[in-house]
Design a protein around this ligand. Structure first.
Ligand code: MG
Length: 262
């Protein structure tokens, strides 16, 4: 099932997407809900980010080739960092190059896990009961802040608009075997499969839950594969007017345009 969030008659609501029609959901998607027969065409609504996360937990260095291109050793446990929830935008919204750090803004295609139920200290074989589904994310990163100017990553990863997610939450997906790509102005930049993850999705949820409570709606970004902009020769960074797309087979395409902060 594909879950969307959208604005309808001034209200933010959830729906199920089926054959380009959205069927309105009544109730709470993290608890009890019902899919109604009230429908609207996908083309007639503006999709929002499919979830408003209470926390965004991100994983660094979780694909071997990306570890190589970034000059990191392979981690023996997941590397956790946090992105500000104020960075979230939805499909079709603009990524804004911040005035204070516009020059080295990079893209990172990532599979995102959406937690469905409060989780703490869960076992790996229980994880599927706690996951609502999966969506696409772009872990947009100001590399100058992340890699040179600051001692840690919070600022470089958390500028407003630096966490596009969407377009849908897919509840039926094999998260550890799906093709993942990024395209910059139609040119493929990253192209691999989540089977290359160092720590698979269930291990990430288990591990994070052994450290902190995962609330319903929490989004976990599972790390990016090789091909990001800063590791290219010459380096490629996002420019005003660019279109950056993240595509995960079985979910869909998350597309965002890049603009400059006014
Ligand atoms: Mg990342």
């Amino acid at each position: 099932m594909k879950i969307v969030r959208y604005r309808f008659q001034g209200e933010e609501v959830y729906g199920e997407l089926r054959n380009d029609q959205i069927y309105k959901i009544k109730g709470n998607i993290f608890d009890k809900f019902k899919i109604t027969s009230e429908k609207i065409a996908l083309q007639d609504v503006r999709l929002l980010s499919p979830v408003k996360p209470p926390n965004i937990i991100a994983i660094g260095v979780n694909y071997k080739k990306h570890a190589e291109e970034s000059g990191h050793n392979l981690p023996d446990k997941p590397v956790i960092f946090i992105k500000a929830t104020t960075a979230v935008i939805g499909p079709g919204e603009d990524i804004v190059l911040p005035k204070v750090a516009p020059d080295e803004v990079d893209f990172e295609a990532e599979l995102a896990i959406v937690i469905g139920k409060k989780a703490k200290n869960i076992n790996k074989d229980e994880v599927s009961e706690y996951v609502l589904g999966y969506t696409c994310a772009n872990d947009v990163s100001a590399r100058d802040c992340q890699r040179r100017l600051d001692k840690q990553w919070a600022r470089g990863k958390s500028f407003d608009t630096f966490c596009p997610i969407g377009p849908y939450i897919e509840t039926e997906l094999d998260p550890d075997n799906c093709d993942i790509k990024s395209r910059l102005n139609n040119k493929i930049m990253q192209d691999t499969n989540t089977s290359d993850l160092i720590f698979d999705t269930a291990e990430l949820v288990r591990y994070i839950s052994s450290n902190m409570t995962l609330l319903p709606g929490t989004v976990i970004l599972t790390g990016t594969p090789e091909g990001v902009g800063f590791a290219r020769k010459p380096a490629v960074f996002l420019q005003k007017g660019d279109i950056i797309e993240i595509e995960i087979k079985g979910i869909g395409v998350l597309s965002n345009k890049v603009i400059m902060e006014k």
